[in-house]
Design a protein around this ligand. Sequence first.
Ligand code: ZN
Length: 331
Amino acid sequence: MSVRDTNILEPSDLKYLLIDSLRLYSDNVVFIDGNNPYRFSINKKTFYVLIKNVHESGKGRSNPDECRIQISKTPNFNQALNSHQDVIVLGYFADENVFTAWNPYLLRDRFNLRQTVSVYSRFSIQQEASIYKIASYRDNNGQSIISFKPDYLGLYLENLSHIHLLSDQELKKLVEISDNLNVENVQGQVMVDEQEFTITHTRYKRDPRFKDIVHEAYGHRCAMCGIQLELIEAAHIVPHSHELGTDEISNGLTLCSLHHKAYDRSLIYFDSTFKIFINEKKMEYLQKVGKDSGFRKFQTLGFESIQLPDNYTLRPNPANINLANKIRGII
Ligand SMILES: [Zn+2]
């Protein structure tokens, strides 16, 4: 049997991987709570996602192409199963940067009978997915197992109820349609194999008044590093997609493009005393996936705390700050 040198991510790393992956599909992504399974909403639909690293099947199995994950019913997982929400089990294979998904409805039946369940996939299918974006096969029981690039996790979740019915060719067609629609705000129904699929790419439009008010309050400077240079953006503290993500000044601040992205990507954050922190957990994750280049430089760019408007009524509301950190998966 060949020995594969696979990269392994910790559960907290996998949480950020999930958030980042879902945002490739839609801006309307909120991390709600949970600890593997994690509870997310995307386009206002809520899911539990249990994620584990895919690994070799081990001794006693004859097919070197076979890989698997093993899932035990932890109290957290039980709680998710007992909720009325969909519970998805995902494998992640870091070497190819692809997810693998098993039909959650069939899995639910198996969890009714057993405490621990193993689900299998194929290394070759994951490789194919890394090249062709999505790939699937049917196992000996006729079950569809789908591997896909992170860009399509949202598409998968949005069409969870019937996506496992599609053939490999039809899945590739669905992904192609989704790619062609991924230009701006879009919500569409498309037909594949006489079945209707939903594709929702939400990209926010900002309220122009919000931008003017926030820019004025912060003197057209990044509140984290002070830069102006026409690189300033009005950032929402609680994301606009969230029901509490208002366009009030107490939910905004100006950030440069770099700090805005870093804040929305959970790389940097601030607490209710306005002190700025680097999110160490996210950094560890980026190191493991080989995306940490430039970190030292990034660390030196900012202030220790947010540069606030003198007028107290224009400052961020602590409740917004705390909620924002929770939604971004930080606290
Ligand atoms: Zn900045």
